[in-house]
Design a binder for this molecule. Structure first.
Ligand code: PLP
Length: 225
């Protein structure tokens, strides 16, 4: 397999899942997660037509950002971010996917020099080990995100449990879609909440059928090279 073939397979699976989705005119951005590969392989993914790249850790993000500066990449930071590291990284980020506390949002708001598009992370499956808000926690503090003028809450993000079955994934992703629509219809300032970041290598097709608009795919891009 080459990267080119992997890209082609993934994009055609994405199209098929869109066609099978309950939602019409769904736009899906494919985000390539490059945390397990070097900058040269990341460059190859870009050259084969995927312009959204993601890293999950500050140090690796900055390394890739620097190495690939000559490309017009839309950069995503998808992992848990410590407050003390916000300053180092946030102004290079187009989309941040792991907003998991109001305090973190306040720190981002303070350090940002442009509007940072953020996804609020939900721990909708209730796993102990996971970051993210429960639905109740989120609904209680949601209006406070409206106050932060350098942050736009573009949508919600989640990860299904590693061992979730297809029907469990459908349940989790379906609940995310409902919640996203509910929040969007509240028309809160700076919280359009029109997007859903969900689906990884093992479940992106299920996520798309449930309304995902950003899928974060790593392993599938780089397997069998
Ligand atoms: C690593 C990672 C992914 C991609 O996972 P794959 O299973 O390799 O596709 C997606 N989202 C987050 C938050 C990650 O850390």
């Amino acid at each position: 397999m080459t990267i080119k073939e992997n890209v082609k397979r993934i994009l055609s699976n994405v199209d098929a899942a869109k066609a099978a989705s309950s939602y019409s005119n769904q736009s899906v951005s494919v985000v390539a997660v490059t945390k397990s590969v070097d900058a040269n392989l990341a460059r190859e993914v870009f050259e084969n037509g995927v312009s959204h790249l993601a890293e999950n850790r500050t140090e690796l993000f900055l390394e890739k950002y620097e190495a690939l500066k000559d490309l017009e990449i839309t950069w995503h930071l998808i992992g848990n971010l410590q407050r003390r590291k916000v300053k180092q990284v946030i102004n290079y980020v187009d989309y941040f996917h792991a907003l998991d506390s109001l305090k973190l949002a306040q720190e981002i708001n303070k350090r940002a020099e442009h509007t940072i598009k953020c996804f609020i992370e939900l721990n909708i499956s209730g796993e102990e080990s996971k970051h993210g808000f429960s639905v109740n926690e989120l609904m209680e503090i949601l209006p406070e995100f409206s106050e932060l003028e350098n942050i736009e809450i573009v949508g919600l993000m989640t990860m299904a449990p590693f061992d979730a079955t297809e029907s469990e994934c459908n349940d989790i992703f379906g609940r995310m879609k409902k919640l996203q629509v509910e929040i969007s219809e509240m028309n809160l300032s700076r919280i359009p909440c029109t997007e859903l970041s969900m689906g990884m290598s093992r479940d992106y097709e299920i996520a798309i059928k449930n309304g995902a608009t950003f899928v974060r795919i790593g392993t599938e891009f780089f397997k069998n090279l």
